[in-house]
Design a protein around this ligand. Structure first.
Ligand code: AMP
Ligand code: ZN
Length: 432
């Protein structure tokens, strides 16, 4: 059932005691770096001053900007020669951010990914095909070392080249695959073009994550491939994959609380939100040496889920990521998250998987236009039927986000495709 039963099922009071011990160690470690040394001194905080894990709230928050300002090595808390790996976040704007790991950090990370995969049902007898970018992106090497630690026959397939992926998948009998959600329909399409039905393969588990996607998308993917699809959450600043993972019950993401101290804060007041309310995920590393992170504001929004999980793990669960505060679109005075729109689109069987939300300046005011793929089998030259579909779509989106979009149905494969994570919003408004 468990990769590390003792840790995964630790009683809550023991878990918080472990967190306090590790939080103190982390504080001591963090103060070896210039930025945290200064901040902790200003706040008058020493490891001994922390009396319980909740005292984490006395520590100042870390912003993405702090990492940018410290680029590349300003947050290093070990000698540079102890660092053995560097990863960088996939953000496309501004100064990149990097995270450096020492041997201990990589060891701990590999273990967390192994634990995560095990928790979703992956076992050492599995053949694991990792269909994502190897390089600075953490999904490649992160899963690679985790799967090796677990003992899987691990295939570092990398991203793209769908025909080759399908060939490896069928030739090697891969049983578990990992890919970002926006790529999985393309893989399925590639399989169909090569005459391979999912049922002809040995695949029994799909792991996906790294970008926002709705429950509707998961259900569609499960239907397409006929196997369970598990959500994986992580970010470079917290290693990468292996922060939160779904167990076989798919009841939300268990956050590994022996390694990360989890807070959900109101994005503006920064006060802890009530259980069940949407808050920004704020994380503190509890087992990292080279670059510990104290109260890092992820900008990811989620809910804390209450109640025990039938799997018996005691680590708390969060909902899937509902959006990022910096992905939020404000149009006609309404706050809209792309995933909310995706959730609506996925309810329409006539639609494919790809969509693009365009924000455009038009008289009399800004408009939201959704370009969305239509499934070929639903194409018709009956414009009234198509018009009716667009209208139903616009109404359904408006019910969800209070803005009526214009809807344009497009041919499958005609929307621009990103190499890595999908781009879902184009802001083409004047002045943006
Ligand atoms: P990066 O560090 O560049 O790989 O990006 C990390 C970000 O990807 C996170 O902060 C989230 O915004 C997003 N992300 C990662 N995993 C998920 C997931 N399972 N669902 C939604 N968003 C995710
Ligand atoms: Zn569980």
């Amino acid at each position: 059932m468990y990769w590390e039963k003792d840790l995964e099922t630790l009683e809550r009071d023991q878990l918080t005691a472990l967190q306090l011990t590790r939080l103190r160690q982390t504080l001591a470690q963090a103060s070896r770096g210039a930025l945290y040394a200064r901040r902790l001194e200003e706040a008058g905080l020493t490891p001994e001053a922390l009396r319980c894990a909740d005292d984490v709230r006395r520590i100042p928050l870390t912003e993405k900007q702090d990492l940018r300002d410290s680029y590349p090595f300003g947050l290093l808390c070990v000698d540079r020669e102890q660092g053995i790996r560097l990863h960088s976040s996939s953000g496309t704007t501004g100064q990149p951010t990097v995270v450096v790991h020492n041997r201990h950090d990589l060891d701990s990370w590999a273990n967390l990914v192994a634990r995560s995969m095990y928790c979703a049902g992956v076992r050492s007898r599995d053949t694991f095909q990792n269909i994502c970018g190897y390089g600075l992106f953490t999904g490649g090497l992160g899963f690679q070392y985790g799967a090796e630690r677990l003992g899987c026959l691990t295939i570092p397939a990398g991203a793209g080249n769908t025909r080759r992926q399908v060939k490896i998948l069928t030739d090697c009998g891969s049983t578990v695959i990992h890919a970002i959600p926006s790529y999985l329909p393309r893989l399925h399409q590639g399989m169909a073009e090569m005459g391979v039905a999912p049922g002809d393969t040995e695949v029994r588990i799909i792991l996906t994550g790294a970008e926002p996607h709705s429950e509707g998308t998961r259900l569609r993917l499960q239907e397409l491939f006929g196997v369970p699809v598990f959500n994986s959450y992580g970010l470079t600043e917290m290693n990468g994959p292996g922060v939160g993972f779904e167990c076989e019950y798919q009841t939300g993401l268990h956050v590994w609380e022996d390694a990360f101290l989890l807070e959900l804060l109101h994005p503006e007041t920064l006060a802890p939100v009530a259980e069940g309310d949407i808050g920004e995920v704020v994380l503190t590393t509890l087992d990292r040496q080279a670059m510990p992170m104290l109260r890092y504001r992820t900008r990811d929004l989620a809910r804390l889920l209450s109640g025990p999980c039938p799997c018996g793990r005691t680590h708390r669960r969060i909902s899937r990521i509902l959006g990022r505060s910096d992905d939020m679109v404000i149009i006609k005075g309404c706050n809209v998250f792309p995933v909310q729109i995706e959730q609506v689109l996925m309810r329409f069987p006539e639609l494919g998987h790809d969509y693009l939300i365009r924000l455009i300046s038009e008289e009399p005011g800004d408009q939201m236009r959704i370009d969305v793929e239509m499934r070929p089998e639903f194409f018709t030259d009956d414009w009234r039927a198509l018009d009716g579909l667009c209208r139903r779509l616009a109404e359904a989106v408006c019910d969800e986000v209070l803005v009526t979009p214009k809807v344009k149905l497009v041919e499958p494969g005609s929307l621009p495709r990103a190499d890595g994570k999908a781009i879902r919003v184009l802001d083409e408004r004047i002045g943006s």
